[in-house]
Design a binder for this molecule. Sequence first.
Ligand code: NDP
Ligand code: 8X3
Length: 257
Amino acid sequence: FARLQGKNVLVTGASSGIGEACACQFAASGANVIITARRLDRLETLRAKIQSTWPGVQVHAAEMDVRNNEDVERVIANIPGELAEIDILVNNAGLAMGVDPVSDISNDAIDTVIDTNIKGLLYVSRAVVRIMKRRGSGHIIMMGSIAGMTGYVNGSIYCATKSAVHSISESLRAETISIPIKVTEIKPGMVETEFSVVRYHGDKDKADNVYRGIEPMTASDVAESVVFAASRHPRCVVSEVVLLATGQASATLAHRE
Ligand code: NDP
Ligand code: 8X3
């Protein structure tokens, strides 16, 4: 995508899954990437891969826990040189913890998932929107989910946070039409990443069971839509994208062989 050549793209949650795939696909399109997450070792490996595969692009890797606003402000303030002029933000960092009825959810799950998926997304958005307002342009791509479209059994916290991502996207889009800042919300269904392993606290069998009898999407499938949305003509905004695995109709209905 020629329109992405030389653009500066900040990706949160780039150490794995969808974020990592987005960083690679942006780099493949000639965009410079700022890759952030908590696991710096993973980011360093990704940085080396991007630098050797697409030598023309700049890569900056930084450890950033989106739950910590000071961390977010410091990391974004310390992006080196021209990379600091962020054109595109992929607000991707996020997780689910556990699959439990409301009566049984833990404090840790409530705090961690809300702090990451809602508060963290807002901290990063706030810092980057300020830069985009000063520059008079920008594009924010939010990683929502079909879980934000329907509450499902034992998914209260996660579904609530992804509904919040939808609300924040709508508000931000309305607030920034005059800048203009583009806002895109991507709402994937089943994507096989580390998401379910994290959700089931490392239990690989339970994670694999999520994708039993159905071919889930890959992180690259989602990244293709992110890069597509980011590369439209300046006059055109892809405001929302819903992506389902073939054989999946919603968060609660899938055909399994
Ligand atoms: P992964 O678990 O593979 O990736 C999650 C990423 O988020 C990791 O890079 C992780 O990095 C990062 N992350 C988690 N917590 C924090 C934090 N506090 N600060 C910074 N980074 C953090 O899962 P996915 O790639 O699937 O998930 C990416 C996004 O896509 C999430 O928002 C998820 O809700 C959403 N999504 C996923 C779907 C799926 O089926 N997989 C479907 C719909 C949406 P690290 O641990 O190094 O910090
Ligand atoms: C992840 C998709 O349906 O497992 O966002 O909640 S789902």
